[in-house]
Design a protein around this ligand. Sequence first.
Ligand SMILES: C/C(=C\CNc1ncnc2c1ncn2[C@@H]1O[C@H](COP(=O)(O)O)[C@@H](O)[C@H]1O)CO
Length: 267
Amino acid sequence: MNDDTDRPRGNGYHQGPVVLRRRQVPTETTDSRLLSSKYSSEWLHQDPWRVMRIQSEFVEGFGALAELGPAVSVFGSARSAPGSEEYALAEQVGRALVEAGYAVITGGGPGVMEAANKGACEADGVSVGLGIELPFEQGMNRWVDIGVNFRYFFARKTMFVKYAEGFIVLPGGFGTLDELFEALTLVQTRKVSSFPLVLIGREYWSGLIDWLRSTMLESGKISPADVELLQLVDTPAEAVEAIRRGPAAAVEREAQQATAEDASDGE
Ligand SMILES: C/C(=C\CNc1ncnc2c1ncn2[C@@H]1O[C@H](COP(=O)(O)O)[C@@H](O)[C@H]1O)CO
């Protein structure tokens, strides 16, 4: 330390849990800034304030969904048009889930989301939309009965997993893959268990599964059991059955994994 400006003053200046020393010590206190009228609303866009908004998204989301009961999240393309095969498939999925006693959660947008909500709503079930603020947002689709709008993808993604017993995934693009792989990582790392991930549409998804086997697995980036975490089906009835079997299938898988690990330890 060469001069006075570098010398710590006592234990420093405390701003909540933050300690400030030397040139970092502010000339005003937080409450004097709060009470002053000379500041603009710029502080609204600063990170500490953002944390409050993030926190409120979790609080609102938990509050809206805590009593939902058994539910399944359905994903798929925002671009599937009404009248298309995928739209009809998603509608059947929404309906089949309600008939099996599940509420249906979607991203609340158009395409597959809208169709799954429509199927659930028309079957007299609980139809949930977790919307996201986007530059090209089209608003919550009209078949959503419980809607929560999020600013942050990560808060919204927590709700898709926390309040569902599994995911059913129809053909989709980047958004759909993002949601699928987030859940896949949570299951792989055992942050969640007994959580079926069901892909509908063998023709659409089998290229991805082949690549996981031939490239990811072959080069040792994942283990054989990881590929088995994704179930491939063609019909809504098969998808709902896979969800229903979820817990039992997970127990079987874990037992198989433990046996495989024991065998490799013994080699
Ligand atoms: C792109 C279009 C509308 C965008 N509106 C969306 N509203 C809500 N959720 C959305 C929207 N777009 C994407 N998502 C989320 O990603 C998944 C679908 O993305 P993909 O890239 O189309 O597969 C979906 O499950 C949502 O959670 C209208 O053209």
